[in-house]
Write a protein that binds this ligand. Structure first.
Ligand SMILES: [Zn+2]
Length: 143
C-alpha cells in the first residue's frame, strides 16, 4: 500500500498496520514520528503523544498506524532536549525493542489509562485482555 523509507503501511488484523521493510537491530531507530504539534491545554486523543507541558504530538503516517501489542517489538522514545533553554523534547522516535525481521508488523504498548481502555485482541500469550496501562489493570477487574 503505502511505502515509506524504512516501513510500509498495509492491512492488519484490525484496520491498518505498519510493517518493517528491512531488518532492524535491537535498539535501532526505526523512524521519526512526525505529525502535528498541538500546544493547547487539555488536548487529548487516542493516539497523541505527550511532549511535556501541554504539548502533544498528533502522529501522521506511517506511525499513526502502528498497532498495540501487549508484548510489543517497538516503543516510542523521546530525544533529550539539546539545551536547558529548550527543555521540551521536539522529536519522538520509534525504537526497536528486539531484532525485527523484514515484513514483521511493528507494535507498541499503548498503555492507555483505564478510562480509555478497550478489549485487546493482540493474541500475545501474555495478552492483558485490555489495551491499558499495566498499572491500571486492577481498575478494570470484574468488567
Ligand atoms: Zn493484548
Amino acid at each position: 500500500m503505502d511505502d515509506f523509507e524504512t516501513v510500509r503501511v498495509g492491512q492488519a488484523a484490525y484496520g491498518k498496520g505498519v510493517y518493517a521493510r528491512r531488518r532492524f537491530k535491537k535498539g535501532a531507530a526505526v523512524g521519526e514520528v512526525t505529525g502535528e504539534v498541538i500546544d493547547t491545554e487539555g488536548y487529548d486523543s487516542n493516539y497523541c503523544i505527550d511532549l511535556g507541558g501541554p504539548r502533544r504530538l498528533e502522529p501522521g503516517a506511517p506511525f499513526r498506524f502502528i498497532n498495540h501489542s501487549c508484548t510489543p517489538n517497538c516503543r516510542f522514545t523521546w530525544y533529550e532536549p539539546l539545551s536547558k533553554s529548550d527543555p521540551l523534547p521536539n522529536t519522538v522516535w520509534v525504537e526497536a525493542l528486539r531484532v525485527i525481521e523484514p515484513g514483521e508488523e511493528l507494535s507498541i504498548d499503548y498503555c492507555w489509562p483505564a478510562d480509555a481502555a478497550i478489549r485487546c485482541g493482540c493474541r500475545s500469550p501474555r495478552c492483558r485482555g485490555w489495551i491499558v496501562d499495566p498499572a491500571e489493570l486492577p481498575v478494570l477487574a470484574g468488567r
